[in-house]
Design a protein around this ligand. Sequence first.
Ligand code: SAH
Length: 374
Amino acid sequence: MNTSEKINLLDYTPEKLKTFFLERGEKPFRATQVIKWIHQYGVDSFADMTNVSKALRNELASIAEIKPLEIVIDKLSEDGTRKWLLRLADGNCIETVFIPEDDRGTLCISSQVGCALDCTFCSTARQGFNRNLSVAEIIGQLWLAKKLLQPDPDSERVISNVVMMGMGEPLLNFDNVVDAMTIMLDDNAYGLSKRRVTLSTSGIVPALERLREKLDVSLAISLHAPNNSLRNQLVPVNRKYPIEELIASCKRFMQGKAARERITIEYVMLNGINDSEQNAHELVNVLKDVPVKVNLIPFNPFPETRYQRSSNNRIHRFRDILVDAGIVVITRKTRGEDIDAACGQLAGKVNDKSRREIHFARIESQEPVREYES
Ligand code: SAH
C-alpha cells in the first residue's frame, strides 16, 4: 500500500536510477550523484543535493521522494546492542538490530513482515507471515541505522557488516533482497565488501541456485539438525528441500570461490533435542565435504516456548567433537537479551496473522512467493 503517489528513490538500484535519468533525457552520471547523496550522505531532501542543477532538483522533488521508515521504539541494551522497531507506510512494524563488537559493527536486517516458515524455535514464526518488504523498506533499515549511528558521513564506518538475519526468509523475497544487497555492495552507496554482507537462509534450494548466478555475497545456512527426521520437526521447510539437496546446493555455491571463503552453518543449541554427542558426529558427517564454519547459537527463549537452552557443558562437548574433526566452530555470545534483540526474538507486530496457512501452502506447491498484498 503506497500512501503517496511519488516514487521512493530508496527503491532504486544504481542501474534502475540510471535508466530513470536516461528516460528523462538526463545524463547517467546524475544517478551516481544522487545515489551518493542518498546512501553515502543520508540526504532525504533534493534541496540538499547541491551539485545537481536547481531545475532538476525541483523536477525530482515534484515526482520523487526519499522516504525513510518511521522509528517507533529505539532501545539500547546494557551491552551496547541497539534495537529499533520501525513502522512501515501500511502500519506494519519490523525490527532491526545493531550489534557492536571490538572489531566490527553488524546490522541485522529484516526481509519480510513476519515469516511463513514456521521454524519451531523462532519467535518470528509465531507471528505468521504478512508480506514481503520492498527494496526501500530493506535498504531503508541500513539507511536509517547508518544515519543514527554515524551522523558525520565522512567519519569512520560504524556499520561494517550486514546480515540478513532479522525477521523473514530472505530467499522468499528474492528480487527485492537481491536489489537491496546490490545497493549495499555498490561503491557509490555503502561499498560493503561481499565478505561482509551475509544472506541467511533456512534453505530454499531453487532460490539458492538462482542467487549463485545473480549475486556474490556470503552465505549462512540455518541447519540446526544433522538428519532429516529432526530437521523436518525444527525447520519444516526441510520436508520440501531435504538436507542432501541443501548440502549439494551449498557445494555448488562454493565452487570456484577462494579457499578461505566458508559458508556459515547456524546451529541453535536446544537442550536434549539436537545437542547430543551423536548429533555432533552426524553433523561432522553431513558437513564433511563443504567449506564451512559452524556457529553454535545458544537458544534464546521467548514466552511460551517449549525449548530450553543447552547447558554450557553440553555446548562445549558438542563443539569439541566438531573441532576434533577439523571444523572451525564459533560459539556465538548472546547479545541484547535484555531488550529482546537476540537471535530469534524479533517479533515486531504483525497485523494480519490469518494468512499464514495460505502462504505456507503456496510454498509447498512451489508457486513463486513474491507479492502477497492484494
Ligand atoms: N530465515 C532466515 C533468517 C532469519 S533467522 C534463516 O532461517 O536463516 C536468523 C537466525 O536466527 C537463524 O539461524 C535462526 O535459525 C536463528 N534463530 C531463530 N530463532 C532463534 C532462537 N530462539 N534462538 C537462537 N537462534 C534463533
